[in-house]
Design a binder for this molecule. Structure first.
Ligand SMILES: Nc1nc2c(ncn2[C@@H]2O[C@H](COP(=O)(O)OP(=O)(O)O)[C@@H](O)[C@H]2O)c(=O)[nH]1
Ligand SMILES: Nc1ncnc2c1ncn2[C@@H]1O[C@H](COP(=O)(O)OP(=O)(O)O)[C@@H](O)[C@H]1O
Length: 207
């Protein structure tokens, strides 16, 4: 579905982080937003999964039922949505527009289906793949995070293999970061976004 209402505005380009569950997307995204709190705005997705300990409704996700989610989809409220590991996830138009209205860099954390769907819109983000150093490390990190049942863990590890294959497709991502040593990965992420960061800083200091 081509969505022309989400146009690439004259402002800074949005950023899409994508990659296997457990690769480190949230960790890196939180570090970035902490260091550049007046530059980035997080696109708060909707999901039917339950909140994890420490997650907050409206900050990490909008936690909704399948019925509410489906009604929003049917109403055309979403730029894209996907089923992942037994739950629904989706990016509403409002989530992106709320951030862009503040002239911040909109940062999205979405799966590979979301990447494919966003490529059919005019959003024109920078696509960044966050990957684990290996499947073994990924499994260890997911187990140590203690957020998944054994079933959900296995589903996510299977999805991870598919996502790693997708990231090898030419043109799928602009930047690929293997998240081994966190400080190094964070440095790579920051360097990849410095141009957009400076755009926002210039706009904010000149206005
Ligand atoms: N397509 C799509 N995927 C999303 C969205 N929000 C989150 N996801 C993805 O859904 C997957 C599961 O997210 P989550 O349950 O938070 O697990 P985590 O990746 O282990 O933190 C991840 O790959 C996210 O990038 C969304 O709005 N759209
Ligand atoms: N570079 C890293 N080295 C070691 N552990 C990491 C690293 N990056 C993330 N982690 C840990 O791995 C787990 C998964 O990270 P998280 O940011 O939740 O991944 P995602 O958002 O991609 O699912 C978390 O427990 C996190 O603290």
């Amino acid at each position: 579905m081509r969505d022309s209402t989400i146009k690439a505005m004259a402002g800074p380009r949005p950023v899409v982080l994508s990659g296997p569950s457990g690769a480190g997307k949230s960790t890196l995204l939180k570090k970035l937003m902490k260091e550049y709190d007046s530059v980035f705005g997080f696109s708060v997705s909707h999901t039917t999964r339950n909140p994890r300990p420490g997650e907050e409704n409206g900050r990490d996700y909008h936690y909704v039922t399948r019925e509410v989610m489906q009604a929003g989809i049917d109403n055309g409220d979403f730029i894209e949505n996907a089923e992942f590991s037994g739950n629904m996830y989706g990016t509403s138009k409002a989530a992106v527009q709320d951030v862009q209205a503040k002239n911040l860099i909109c940062i999205l954390d979405i799966d590979m289906q979301g990447v494919r769907n966003i490529k059919r819109t005019d959003l024109n983000p920078i696509y960044i793949s966050i990957q684990p150093p290996s499947m073994e490390v990924l499994e260890k990190r997911l187990r140590d995070r203690k957020t998944e049942s054994e079933e959900s863990l296995q589903r996510r590890l299977h999805a991870a293999k598919v996502e790693m294959e997708f990231s090898k497709e030419p043109g799928a991502f602009d930047v690929i970061i293997v998240n081994d040593v966190l400080e190094d990965s964070y440095g790579q992420l920051r360097n990849a976004l410095l141009e957009e960061i400076h755009k926002v800083k210039k706009i904010n200091t000149s206005s």
